[in-house]
Design a protein around this ligand. Structure first.
Ligand code: C2O
Length: 361
């Protein structure tokens, strides 16, 4: 559990070519000495319905663009700024924080929220606040994020709205210069991408992707540990990438999309190909919305064993975020399990929720 108000250092862990890093390694939030408050569940009646990014209405797309534009316009040191939001990922994932669970204990061990059971809940909370901040910036309490629906054939290419550099002569706020230009043009994402292009036909790529989703949600994600990742508690060193305790989705389609989008000619595969820079690509949050949705779908499959961890070490693990009112709040894993309490959900296709259900590899 980090103490982000007093203990934070420059990031570096996991950044291979630090000297050539394109983004800054100074990822600490503007929080020194600030009080951390209790999180209060949202009281509003409306549920924010996240929408498939390839299928948004003009109104949805325009609002989303306007919100990101407003976020980019804030000064970098504002906790809601585009850069501050990106740095959250860097600080939590590249050695910004240490584990200070019980006072002085573990103050020399870095916190890492990847490669373990912290992965799903941390990112759920991250997007929860990010979405509410965007809504606040455009004064729309119903604002909902899009999700990159790569588990359905029509949603597999990078959503079109992210691609153009300019729109009507203005910079497109959803564009990011550090992406693999070939992939952005080429179409279908490879959910099993490992750095080498396979040059499959669209039809074959679609079929492979569907079986990759099946692999990660069903075959390799058959129980709590397999799906969420193994336990990681105060005193454990950061789990190395590729460790067998990383969850099936995290290790599988999640990471594949990161490296597929990132620019492999850049020193650290910026932006999406490294934790420290991933948050600078707006596509990151849209990708993670779908990763978050995989948690929901995994439960909805209704298969025995598809349940969240229920031990203390998981339930009471916590993080600190700036909320939409610029307050620092501490949030716990146990409070993010039920989506209806968080007042958001995902728009599903009523006919076919699991288009990969019969795609056993
Ligand atoms: Cu925190 Cu997709 O990584």
């Amino acid at each position: 559990t980090p103490d982000i108000t007093s203990v934070c250092k420059d990031a570096g862990a996991g950044v291979n070519k630090k000297d050539d890093a394109i983004r800054t390694l100074k990822c600490c939030p503007p929080s020194l000495g600030k009080e951390v408050k209790h999180f209060v569940f949202p009281k509003e009646k409306t549920v924010r319905m996240r929408w498939p990014a390839h299928n948004g209405t003009k109104e949805q797309v325009d609002k989303y663009r306007a919100a990101i534009k407003a976020m980019r316009a804030l000064p970098d040191d504002h906790p809601h700024s585009f850069v501050s939001q990106a740095k959250i990922h860097c600080a939590y994932c590249n050695g910004g924080y240490t584990q200070v669970a019980s006072g002085e204990l573990f103050k020399d061990i870095d916190l890492q929220i990847h490669n373990s059971w912290l992965f799903f809940p941390f990112h759920r909370w991250y997007l929860y606040f990010y979405e509410r901040i965007l809504g606040k910036l455009i004064n729309d309490p119903t604002f909902a994020l899009p999700f990159w629906k790569w588990d359905e054939p029509a949603g597999m290419p990078i959503p079109e709205m992210f691609v153009p550099e300019t729109i009507d002569g203005q910079p497109n706020p959803l564009y990011d210069v550090y992406r693999n230009p070939h992939h952005i043009k080429e179409g279908y994402v490879d959910l099993d991408y490992n750095g080498t292009d396979k040059h499959l036909s669209d039809k074959t790529q679609v079929a492979c992707n569907l079986s990759t989703v099946y692999r990660d949600l069903v075959r390799n994600g058959s129980d709590t540990v397999a799906f969420f990742g193994g336990d990681y508690v105060a005193g454990d060193s950061p789990v190395a990438n590729g460790d067998p305790s990383v969850g099936s989705v995290e290790a599988g389609c999640h990471t594949a999309v990161h490296i597929w989008v990132g620019d492999k000619t850049k020193p650290n595969r910026e932006d999406m190909g490294n934790f420290y820079s991933a948050g600078y690509d707006p596509a990151f949050y849209i990708h993670h919305a779908n990763v978050d949705r995989m948690w929901k779908l995994w439960k909805e499959l209704g298969i025995r064993g598809h349940v969240e961890p229920n031990c203390e070490g998981w339930l009471n693990a916590s993080y600190v975020f700036y909320d939409e009112n610029e307050e620092l709040v501490r949030v716990f894993n146990k409070d993010c399990v039920k989506l209806d309490r968080l007042k958001y959900n995902y728009i599903e296709n009523s006919k076919e929720v699991f288009p990969w259900r019969k795609s056993r590899p």
